[in-house]
Design a protein around this ligand. Structure first.
Ligand SMILES: [Zn+2]
Ligand SMILES: [Zn+2]
Length: 335
């Protein structure tokens, strides 16, 4: 098959005859900006370039369209995108969390490691992408930087002989700083952390499930317990107290509150069901016969739980099985 970019070599043709010249832009890698001598036609792409004219028109309030520029991907950038795709295939949870933009985001995050010179260090890259959490952290810290560093987002119309030649020094410094944080995170071991304020008389466990420690890395300990909350235990299955109780929630219990929208029994129920791998059957109202209680609603001074929801006692599992048998709840994948 012949096409405009790579005319097929004809047997017996004089060796001197070189392929027909291609347009300058079509030879530039859209990501790293390198000029590709023989672009692979299957990688030809049109990218929108928001160049200086576009930006100045926009600044003046004049309607403007980005330039459409033909570009390609160099071998390294194509390999990196394949690596991103295979990592997502191995980590479907990360794929689900980012949906249709997962590949673009992970490719951008890896592009940032490419800019920072780390992507060539195979073992380090393996460590940085080993678990779902590692990948999520990589995307969180690096994807935006990688997207900013891409040639097509810089509004540059000319390529360079070196990859990433267009990346400005301040952006490179930001990439390196984030990279250092990511690498430092790898050498920190997870450690058990109690809720902030537990020593100062605040709740010694998660206000909902009562778990007393979270195994997290030191740099993530504060974020893991989230912000301080104050609540009257009467809304969580306990007795009214004149002063609200201050404490924190573990990540899964916090997610339940975010999904339900308020600290209350519905959020407690959701957190408990999700912990044991259940969800409520659509349209059926649950009744725990008043036995559902957040840990913070227990009498003050109750020690924290070693495992989430231990305060609900061993009969809780039987209660859940019974509710499942009667069709009130169904098993789902753990959140
Ligand atoms: Zn490239
Ligand atoms: Zn909890």
């Amino acid at each position: 098959m012949t096409d405009a970019l790579t005319p097929a070599a004809t047997a017996g043709a004089p060796r001197k005859r070189r392929p027909a010249p291609v347009t300058v832009a079509a030879t530039v890698c859209r990501v790293c900006g390198k000029i590709v001598k023989r672009p692979d036609p299957s990688r030809a792409e049109t990218v929108l370039v928001y160049g200086p004219e576009f930006r100045s028109a926009q600044a003046r309030g004049v309607p403007a369209s980005p330039a459409e520029v033909a570009a390609t991907r160099c071998d390294e950038c194509a390999d990196r995108r394949r690596l991103a795709a295979s990592l997502l295939a191995q980590h479907p949870r990360v794929q689900r969390a980012h949906g249709s933009v997962a590949l673009d985001r992970l490719d951008a995050a890896l592009a940032a490691l490419d800019v920072g010179g780390v992507l060539r260090r195979g073992r380090l890259v393996n460590d940085l992408t080993a678990t779902d959490d590692d990948l999520a952290e990589l995307i969180l810290r690096m994807a935006a930087l990688g997207a900013l560093a891409s040639w097509s987002s810089r509004g540059q119309l000319e390529g360079a002989t070196k990859r990433w030649a267009h990346v400005r020094a301040d952006l490179l410094a930001d990439v390196r700083a984030e990279q250092t944080r990511l690498v430092r995170r790898l050498v920190e071991f997870p450690f058990p952390f109690t809720p902030p304020g537990a020593d100062a008389g605040e709740c010694a466990g998660c206000m909902f499930c009562g778990v007393g420690t979270l195994m997290v890395r030191e740099s993530e300990a504060l974020a893991a317990w989230g912000e301080q909350r104050r609540v009257d235990p009467s809304v969580l299955g306990g007795r009214h107290r004149p002063q609200p109780i201050a404490g924190h929630l573990c990540p899964p219990c916090r997610r339940a509150v975010e999904q339900v929208g308020a600290m209350g029994i519905p959020a407690v129920q959701r957190a408990l069901l999700r912990h044991f791998g259940y969800t409520v059957t659509l349209g059926r109202a649950l009744d725990f016969h008043g036995s559902l209680r957040a840990w913070v609603a227990l009498k003050s001074g109750t020690p924290a739980n070693r495992t989430p929801w231990a305060h609900m006692g061993p009969s809780m599992k039987e209660q859940l099985l019974d509710l499942e048998r009667r069709g009130f709840i169904v098993k789902v994948a753990r959140a």
